[in-house]
Design a protein around this ligand. Structure first.
Ligand code: MN
Ligand code: MN
Length: 473
């Protein structure tokens, strides 16, 4: 072979790595930037699973989706009808019915809308050193030091003794006060922390929120700083200390999502794992009008703590929703039909992977690490050590998805979460795989995952949207 032929052969045989920015037309670039604007707004309005569920339902209703209760009352459904279900205000399912019978399988994308944070404990209020404080218990995998000296907002619901519930958001308006966990000054940190392991230097029990410092009454009154806080809470929300027992209050970063970099090519913000997939999946589903196979979007809670509980991916919610849809579309449903539907289903587990970090390259294996700006990332397997805890997608299904992406000009890459034995992690894929469906982890890669300010590429957000859209179509 001559030099030219060898070059040609090289191009033909080697895997080429595409950068999204090189592939985007001017119009597409504009679309990517405009999608990112909607995305930042979604992040700002959806900082908790309840808020995300509310926002998803709001957008669904605006786009003609009706609740499963309404649809069941009507008794039947027609192809291309749009239906949603809300599960305990924290978990959502949406469907655009297809032309094909559901028992031949549906196209499903599932993401999660919970993110790591600091939850208030059930007995949180106390005072110490003339400050009023709130005790927290962290939720999900956090690096504790990242949550110190960061302005935090409090979001959530308090159910009072008489059953009335109060929703609160403090810290999001520009004029709102915020909460903060204090940190140790460097001058005094040496002896206490210098020789400790990182995992021991920062303790969960020290993640307490500063919530006030003005006492109520004179110093003859005991606990008057705590009382000052309780008094304000009572004045504003009518709650007492006991009401925290039946409350879900989450301290989340108070900052808004922002563009990063002079070229504004990146988005920084809290909760992008995994609201980046929830958002792109929602946008893709809202644009799906007449699918052949029924298109379903699932937005789960509790992924960050193992997909547990009645709103997580291990709950019966998905099967209940699909069996309701079967009932609506074929007039009857039995267990066998539901099983067959699930077995014939193709699914993407919409979740994030870790992008190669320029400052921490050593934890990645560069041939198999995802990179920012290289498109939607297919993660064939997750897990730790010898793929423990992974569902490991089949070659056939990965092949099918890859082919779909190529046909639709979706720039994709593959990714493995870190070097072998470096650590690991899982997604909801394995829980859905147990039902028999084909499922592949597919979503963008992030930098600073699980931090209060995660980083994503607008190019990847756009390609994830395009990929999900192609999958539903
Ligand atoms: Mn995730
Ligand atoms: Mn996560």
């Amino acid at each position: 072979m001559n030099k030219k032929e060898i070059e040609k052969r090289k191009k033909q045989l080697s895997k080429s790595d595409k950068l999204v920015w090189d592939e985007l037309s001017a119009t597409d670039t504009q679309k990517a930037f405009s999608l990112a604007e909607d995305y930042k707004q979604f992040l700002d309005t959806s900082k908790t699973e309840r808020e995300a569920a509310r926002e998803i339902i709001k957008q669904a209703e605006k786009n003609g989706f009706v609740s499963i209760e309404t649809a069941l009352k009507a008794g039947s459904a027609t192809p291309h009808q749009k239906i949603y279900a809300l599960n305990k205000e924290r978990c959502v399912a949406m469907a655009v019915l297809g032309a094909d019978p559901m028992v031949d399988g549906v196209n499903l994308i599932a993401s999660h809308i919970d993110s790591p944070r600091l939850d208030l404990k059930q007995n949180p209020v106390y005072e110490d050193t003339d400050l009023a404080l709130l005790k927290t218990h962290y939720y999900g995998g956090i690096r504790k030091y990242q949550w110190l000296s960061v302005p935090l907002a409090l979001h959530g619901r308090i159910v009072k003794g008489d059953g009335e519930s109060v929703d609160i958001v403090i810290g999001e308006e520009a004029s709102d006060p915020v909460f903060v966990v204090s940190d140790l000054l460097p001058h005094l940190a040496g002896k206490l922390q210098e020789n400790k392991k990182l995992s021991e230097a920062f303790e969960g029990e020290k993640l307490n929120l500063i919530a006030g410092s003005r006492p109520l009454g004179s110093d003859t009154v005991g606990d008057r700083f705590k009382l000052g806080l309780l008094n304000l809470l009572h004045e504003r929300y009518g709650i007492t200390e006991t009401d925290f027992v039946s409350a879900e209050l989450e301290a989340v970063p108070a900052n808004k999502a922002k563009d990063i970099g002079l070229d504004r090519s990146l988005v920084g913000g809290y909760g992008q794992d995994d609201r980046i997939c929830a958002f792109t999946q929602l946008a893709a589903l809202l644009g799906t009008k007449t699918p052949k196979r029924t298109a379903i979007g699932l937005f789960f809670d509790k992924e960050e703590i193992g997909s547990e509980g009645n709103t997580g991916a291990q709950s019966a919610f998905m099967e209940d929703f699909i069996s309701d849809l079967l009932l609506l579309t074929q007039g009857t449903v039995d267990d066998r039909t539901l099983r067959k539907t699930l077995i014939n289903t193709w699914a993407l587990s919409g979740d994030v992977n870790a992008a190669m970090d320029p400052d921490f390259k050593e934890v990645h294996e560069k041939m198999n690490a995802a990179k920012l700006g290289h498109g939607i990332c297919m993660t064939k397997f997750t897990g730790a050590r010898g793929k423990a805890g992974s569902s490991d997608a089949s070659a056939e299904f990965v092949g099918q998805v890859r082919n779909l992406f190529d046909r639709n000009k979706v720039v994709w890459q593959t990714g493995e979460l870190g070097k072998i034995d470096q650590g690991g992690g899982g997604t909801i894929a394995k829980f859905l795989a147990q039902k028999g469906m084909e499922i592949l982890d597919c979503g963008p890669a992030l930098l600073s995952m699980h931090s209060p300010f995660e980083i994503a590429s607008k190019a990847d957000i756009y390609m994830t949207f395009k990929g999900y859209k192609a999958f539903y179509a």
